[in-house]
Design a protein around this ligand. Structure first.
Ligand SMILES: [Zn+2]
Length: 202
């Protein structure tokens, strides 16, 4: 069939529109998506064998990474290097685990990231399989550290109604952690150079 002038004109119009189409919001969002490794790098998380543990909500994982370091180091200094569960020393806080006094599975969202429920433990003491008595020992030793009834008070907090932070709230939560601030300094960066917005994953 012969082309008509009308058809040519339609094609030209669409060609003229194409640069505008490229600027559509959805395309812009697509370009802003980052890879898992990209997000870890951006938040100064060392890339290594441990990186496989980061999955699902990446900003939540990054928050946990820096919070865990913060808890382990400060608890190690505060409690004479001792593990809450077995009360034996942990030579290097980096080798310990950041564990939950009331296990993560039953502590509720409020206590899951709350410092009062986070402690330094040996990896083995943070394993139900290896140390089935851990929950009971944690309760006894928690009261010894913080006073009689402290564990009961902590346990009552699990019922507090609390939702996970919004994606947009994680950057500020991460930036507030001394462990992350130290990492920024070590890398010669200021807080302004840390990521300013929540990201989506490719
Ligand atoms: Zn231990």
């Amino acid at each position: 069939m012969k082309r008509t002038p009308l058809k040519r004109s339609v094609r030209l119009k669409s060609a003229r529109r194409s640069p505008i189409r490229r600027k559509k919001a959805s395309d812009y969002v697509k370009r802003k998506k980052k890879t898992k490794i990209g997000i870890l790098r951006e938040w100064l998380v060392p890339i290594g064998i441990d990186s496989v543990r980061f999955k699902g909500n990446m900003l939540r994982s990054v928050y946990w990474y820096w919070l865990s370091r913060d808890v382990r180091k400060s608890e190690w200094e505060k409690w004479d290097k001792l593990c809450l569960t077995c009360l034996r020393p942990i030579e290097n806080w980096e080798d310990g685990h950041c564990g939950h006094v009331i296990a993560s599975a039953g502590c509720g969202e409020y206590l899951r990231f709350h410092r009062s429920n986070l402690t330094l433990q040996h990896a083995a003491c943070n394993s139900d399989r290896i140390t089935p008595m851990a929950a009971a020992l944690n309760a006894i030793h928690y009261d010894e550290r913080y006073g009689k009834g402290a564990w009961d008070k902590l346990y009552a907090l699990r019922k507090i109604d609390c939702k996970e932070p919004k994606q947009s709230e994680y950057p500020d939560l991460i930036r507030a952690l001394p462990s992350y601030q130290e990492a920024l300094l070590k890398n010669g960066k200021s807080a302004l150079e840390s990521p300013q917005e929540a990201v989506s994953l490719t």
